[in-house]
Design a protein. Structure first.
Length: 256
């Protein structure tokens, strides 16, 4: 009611703008303004919806591929109607859509149980693609065990209750996994986004390297103590191979 009173108190041209915008966002519940030819309105309706749908489809291709087209279009229409975006930038539509899914969308019985986590995973890929973060100026050559490996600011560790990186038209889990799915989503120096599934031990190693600023050897030996592992030489051998693999993907982006 308060919003209606505010609109009613505005100049006529502003009321007309609000009416037009409301109709374009959701023509099913907001009547068309008087005096505008429907053919012209259809151009605005189509341009608005198709642009929004295209950006969201490009950012969430897996979610779209597993969603019935009618339900997909209904969800995009509901987003356009319900969500108040806080950014005018097209690149931020993905984050706005994710916020809608998390906080504003009224869940439907047909929604897959993993929908939010799949959408978050796809958004992270998009966010890394457009991120303005860059690699620090560190040396590229050196011994990974005796130097201090640097974790890339473009390598993000994410934890999910579903194997989101495997979901698609042919695989859609109906319940959460018994084990947490841990994934490093990263962008390499060739501007390619990739992912690497890891276990809890690798996650702990990355945390130790990033937070404690240890050499590769010191971080691995500390990990052996935490795991109560009796053969440190074996964990050093395994760890050296793992560190090398992480460096090949630019997850370790250099050395201090």
């Amino acid at each position: 009611m308060r919003k209606e009173l505010q609109v009613a108190s505005q100049p006529a041209f502003q009321r007309a703008q609000f009416e037009l915008a409301a109709h374009i966002r959701n023509p099913q519940t907001n009547p068309a303004p008087e005096g505008i030819e429907n053919r012209r309105l259809e151009i605005y309706r189509s341009l608005f919806f198709n642009n929004i749908e295209s950006f969201i489809a490009n950012g969430f291709p897996i979610l779209k591929s597993i969603t019935d087209p009618e339900r997909w279009n209904s969800m995009i229409r509901d987003f356009a109607h319900r969500h108040q975006s806080h950014s005018p930038c097209f690149l931020d539509i993905g984050a706005e859509f994710l916020h809608y899914l998390e906080s504003e969308r009224i869940s439907q019985p047909q929604d897959p149980v993993f929908m939010l986590q799949l959408a978050h995973y796809e958004w992270v890929e998009l966010a890394l693609n457009v991120s303005t973060l860059d690699f620090p100026e560190v040396r590229q050559e050196g011994d990974l065990l005796e130097s201090r490996p640097v974790i890339s600011p473009l390598a993000w560790v994410m934890c999910y209750h579903y194997p989101v990186h495997l979901i698609g038209p042919d695989f859609q889990p109906t319940e959460a996994s018994a084990d947490t799915t841990r994934i490093i989503i990263y962008r390499d120096r060739q501007m390619q986004v990739g992912f690497m599934e890891i276990n809890q031990t690798t996650q702990r190693l990355l945390q130790s390297l990033d937070q404690n600023r240890l050499t590769g050897r010191a971080a691995l030996l500390q990990l052996a103590v935490e795991l109560e592992y009796s053969n440190p030489d074996a964990i050093l051998e395994f760890g050296a191979d793992l560190l090398s693999q992480l460096r090949s993907k630019d997850i370790i982006c250099g050395l201090y």
